[in-house]
Design a protein around this ligand. Structure first.
Ligand code: SF4
Ligand code: SF4
Length: 150
């Protein structure tokens, strides 16, 4: 009989503990975000895929096609191509491709870029990435920059 009573008391106690937790959370502010209609601000140190930094005057890429980022990348996910054009000092960027499926976001490409005072590549704050194929994550960063300028 005493075991029976103990069980009732313990069951009632656990019921009130559970109810207490429910009531406590009921009065706390809502933290759920209705994604994708609402989004939270990303932390300042968030790293998205890399992107080309535009020249503040022309809007074109600051990249000088030195290839340092391509060499520094441990995952071989960068392809940089450029060409010499008449009347233009240095090379002109013709292709900058990032295979984001292999990128580990290590940052070596950004660190190795010699362009000053701002680097010619940086981390984007793009976190809303979605795709159903590998190709969707192979980014033509030059085209992306041109699209932003339009
Ligand atoms: S962050 Fe690292 S892995 Fe990604 S492209 Fe740059 S160097 Fe390569
Ligand atoms: S290191 Fe900088 S300047 Fe050199 S190719 Fe890469 S992005 Fe361009």
């Amino acid at each position: 009989m005493s075991d029976y009573l103990k069980e009732i008391i313990s069951g009632t106690w656990s019921l009130f503990v559970g109810l207490g937790i429910t009531i406590r959370y009921f009065f706390q502010p809502v933290v759920t975000v209705q994604y994708p209609h609402q989004t939270l601000p990303m932390t300042p140190r968030f790293r998205g895929h890399t992107e080309l930094v535009p020249d503040p005057e022309s809007g074109g890429p600051l990249c000088i096609v030195c290839g340092m980022c391509e060499k520094a990348c441990p995952s071989n996910c960068i392809t940089v191509r450029g060409e010499k054009r008449e009347g233009v000092k240095g090379k002109v960027l013709t292709e900058y491709t990032l295979d984001f499926t292999r990128c580990s976001l290590c940052g070596l490409c950004v660190e190795s870029c010699p362009v000053t005072p701002t680097k010619a590549i940086t981390f984007s704050r793009d976190y809303n990435l979605a795709g159903v194929s590998k190709e969707a994550y192979i980014f033509d960063l030059k085209k992306r920059l041109e699209a932003e300028n339009r």
